[in-house]
Design a protein. Structure first.
Length: 409
């Protein structure tokens, strides 16, 4: 058999030196037919061993008959029908090759997204130490709201105090306001504060209905066990795990959000292989097709009204916050955002605290505690019966001195 080196030399002499076939045959010591075949060949010579056949070859016609009648017939049943008593491995390999010929084609569909169409949302729980108030640690329990636009893959994210509806939609509005436009649809899995799928129907919570009604959008809840339908945001969560968290430490949730806000612009200019470009290259088209921000912001955060009791504390998300005791017995309005807790009475702020991210804590303003002491003193003085004789209270040392029991120094 002609070697690759001789074949290459023949081609060089013929094409480079323009030697005739007869001369090449004399120089190389080969026959002229061998030289002609080398010149006419499209590629280098290769050794190919003649196929020896397989023990399945004799049974292949019967296998084809069975697959033609029943394309999904299992290999074990085929082996039984053809009385196969040899190796099952070679039989299964041959059936695996033949079966696609008889099955109808089922090509996979590629999911495409229209600009402005939707954004996928999820909660990510970072596996990192995040110091909270009162010495608590938020590792694995403090959620990060993640929103990824389907068309541009633009990432928005923010850590929020809890997964309750009041905090979740406050975080949602913060992300949408920073984005500057509203996706026409938000895609969620069965998050309790958002809604659920029940009997093939979507049931949204009242908070979700109120939020989407102000924005004029739809909210889609995915079926249980269907994470592939929001694979974009799932991959974003994995990207956070591998590219944002490693090597970082956090002093507080505020520090986490600050570091995340500084990192996200770099994440949105990375090259996305699936898109063939960067999210920053597509975001303008995405925003142009989204809805504009509503003229009135949705009602978000914690809001409730109550008559302030003598305890002069109000509860927000399992934590108690002190209120100016001058408002005891009056109706107050409690509002809480992601950052602050405020209480107002008759249009006047009677409490303003930073939001506590720990649970089951009592937050007291020293000014409120001092005011309560003074009010209790004034109340006791006002409740004394009229004409009550005020008796002076003297120190015990005065009585010792009068009785001559004073210690000699």
């Amino acid at each position: 058999m002609l070697g690759v080196e001789d074949w290459a030399e023949i081609r060089r002499l013929h094409r480079g030196e323009e030697m005739p076939i007869k001369a090449i045959a004399r120089v190389m010591g080969l026959s002229r037919n061998t030289v002609r075949k080398a010149i006419a060949a499209e590629g280098p010579p290769r050794y190919e061993r003649a196929p020896r056949g397989s023990i399945v070859d004799e049974a292949e016609p019967r296998i084809r008959e069975l697959l033609q009648a029943w394309p999904t017939m299992p290999a074990t049943v085929i082996a039984e029908r053809i009385d196969w008593d040899r190796s099952m491995t070679v039989l299964k390999d041959r059936i695996r090759e033949l079966r696609p010929v008889y099955l109808p084609c089922d090509p996979a569909s590629r999911t495409t997204y229209v600009p402005g169409e939707l954004a996928q949302c999820d909660l990510w729980f970072p596996d990192a130490d995040i110091p909270l108030d009162a010495g608590h640690n938020g590792r694995g329990s403090t959620p990060v709201l993640v929103m990824t636009c389907g068309y541009s893959r633009w990432i928005s994210a923010r850590m929020i105090p809890s997964r309750k509806a009041e905090d979740l939609f406050a975080g949602h509005w913060a992300l949408i306001a920073d984005l500057g436009a509203v996706p026409k649809m938000l895609v969620w899995d069965g998050e309790g504060a958002v809604g659920r799928r029940r009997h093939r129907r979507t049931e949204l919570t009242a908070a979700t209905q109120a939020f989407r009604g102000v924005l004029g959008i739809s909210v889609q809840i995915l079926d249980p066990g269907d994470p592939e339908s929001k694979g974009i945001v799932e991959r974003t969560n994995g990207y956070f795990e591998t590219s944002f968290l490693p090597g970082r430490s956090f002093a507080s949730p505020e520090d986490f959000n600050d570091q995340l806000a500084q990192w996200l612009p770099r994440a949105n200019v990375r090259h996305v292989r699936r898109l063939g470009c960067r999210p920053a290259d597509r975001i303008e088209a995405d925003l142009a097709s989204m809805l504009t921000l509503p003229p009135v912001a949705p009602s978000i955060g914690w809001r409730h009204s109550l008559r302030l009791g003598r305890d002069h504390y109000v509860r927000v998300a399992s934590n108690d916050y002190s209120v100016d005791p001058a408002a005891v017995g009056r109706r107050v309005e409690v509002t809480a955002s992601l950052e602050r807790v405020q209480v107002s009475c008759a249009g006047r702020i009677v409490a303003d605290h930073p939001r506590c991210w720990a649970r089951h804590q009592t937050i007291t303003d020293p000014a409120h505690a001092q005011a309560a002491v003074m009010l209790r003193h004034d109340h006791r003085a006002a409740m004394r019966p009229p004409g009550e004789v005020q008796v002076e209270q003297r120190a015990l040392t005065d009585y010792d001195r009068a009785l001559g029991n004073e210690a000699v120094s």
